[in-house]
Write a protein of this length. Structure first.
Length: 329
């Protein structure tokens, strides 16, 4: 039985970072930390990056009240077994029993779920989607993740691996994605894609004069998504071109989502959510073409209440019986 003073440890693992925090039973983050994630080395190296973040949070004086640990990860997850099957952004782990490893180290009940599914729970329970029966959540960051709450229940599929909307193909001749498919929306509108496309544009002859390059210290290889965003805000032509095309591709994909599900609300969170929301005018213009549902304009598209912490809070929510029951896996 959950008590009002109980705390839960939420851990959100991404392609570049690990975030961990103490979360109350009402969804309030008391303290959190972020650390670099190790993805290109061994499974044990990746695990050590996670435990360092957890250990940092557990040094807080309130950590004695932690009753359970929830973990969110990108990719395909067997929630019933607590196993990360695979994730394009976490190549260090394949068929990895992450929940068991954390449980053995900390001796607390441990739950594992896809990060976007976890974030969808947080936003539907306590965040921007509270009060709606059907919520479509989009996590915009290193990659693109999606979570579906349908009739107050996360739709996770047969084993918990459903909801990989970031790997829906929108161009069969598009660039090869790390997942093995071509033309995934993740290859056009994720943070990784925006930076990659900007670097490609800057590498072309005659396109070296750009605010993006100035912000990256004149090194094309060092261009990051935040450089593109800052340059676009300053009116840089190449940055505006790259972001405009990302918005156009996003509209193609989102139009299909609306036509398929017609959610009551679309919530956008993750590390570059603010950037995507800044492009909402252009995205809505694109939806006039790419959404055939005659009432698509009635679907609100809003920022996540928890911003980049949605998956962390959602991971903690996995520990609560009333939200864990939402998982259909």
């Amino acid at each position: 039985m959950t008590k009002s003073k109980d705390l839960f440890l939420g851990v959100d693992i991404g392609g570049t970072k690990v975030a961990a925090g103490l979360v109350t039973a009402s969804g309030k983050v008391l303290v959190s930390t972020r650390a670099a994630m190790v993805t290109q080395k061994s499974a044990s190296d990746g695990l050590r990056a996670v435990t360092r973040a957890i250990d940092s949070v557990l040094r807080d004086s309130r950590a004695s009240r932690v009753r359970a640990i929830g973990i969110s990860v990108p990719g395909w997850v067997d929630t019933s077994q607590g196993v990360l099957l695979s994730a394009t952004n976490l190549p260090c782990w394949r068929n990895f029993p992450l929940a068991q490893e954390i449980h053995q180290r900390y001796a607390k009940p441990t739950h594992l779920a896809n990060d976007a599914n976890a974030a969808a729970i947080a936003e539907a329970a306590w965040g921007a989607g509270a009060g709606y029966s059907n919520v479509f959540y989009i996590s915009m960051g290193t990659g693109i993740g999606t979570g579906m709450v349908l009739q107050h229940r996360v739709y996770a599929g047969r084993t918990g691996a459903a909801g990989e909307g970031g790997h829906m193909t929108i161009n069969l001749r598009g660039p090869l994605c790390a997942c093995g498919k071509r033309g995934c929306i993740e290859m056009y509108a994720s943070g990784t894609a925006i930076a990659r496309i900007a670097r490609e544009r800057l590498s072309r002859k005659g396109r070296r004069q750009s605010k993006i390059l100035e912000l990256a210290g004149k090194k094309i290889a060092d261009v990051r998504t935040e450089h593109v965003a800052e340059a676009a805000a300053a009116g840089d032509a190449i940055a505006l071109e790259v972001l405009g095309e990302a918005a156009d591709h996003f509209a193609i994909w989102l139009g299909s989502i609306i036509d398929l599900l017609e959610p009551e609300i679309i919530v956008i969170g993750g590390g570059i959510a603010h950037l995507i929301m800044s492009l909402l005018g252009r995205i809505r213009k694109g939806l006039q073409i790419w959404a055939v549902n005659p009432r698509w304009q009635q679907v609100p598209i809003v920022s996540a209440l928890y911003k980049s912490d949605s998956a962390l809070v959602g991971a903690a929510a996995l520990c609560l019986p009333r939200t864990r029951l939402w998982n259909s896996a």
